[in-house]
Design a binder for this molecule. Sequence first.
Ligand code: AMP
Length: 114
Amino acid sequence: MSNECLFCRIAAGEIPADIVAEGESWMAFRDIQPQAPVHLLVIPREHVESAAELDSNPALGGELLQAVAAVASQEGLYDEGFRVVTNVGERAGQSVMHLHFHVLGGRRMHWPPG
Ligand code: AMP
């Protein structure tokens, strides 16, 4: 846990979040600036900087993707479809340097992203 890290502090319960589901190694909460009617973030409880680090921790990657699928189902996104995004590095748009999967749904998505 890093005291400097916003998502570590959310995982520790020090900063409030609208939590929708939790597992042993992960938690899912609503994005504070939603970009779609449903916009969740799935994060590992432990500090992992980005998806690039999953190279050395494939088990955690599997658990997080299982969580993504579970929360998408819980939010009723299966019929309409949904988008899963993770930004890696500042140049790709990552602003919080703690791994998170965005789960977006409830509207039509466009491609390619900007
Ligand atoms: P990214 O830009 O891919 O790193 O995504 C970071 C996301 O975290 C953005 O969509 C922000 O809106 C979201 N965010 C920042 N602070 C909070 C917070 N306190 N609670 C929930 N979501 C947050």
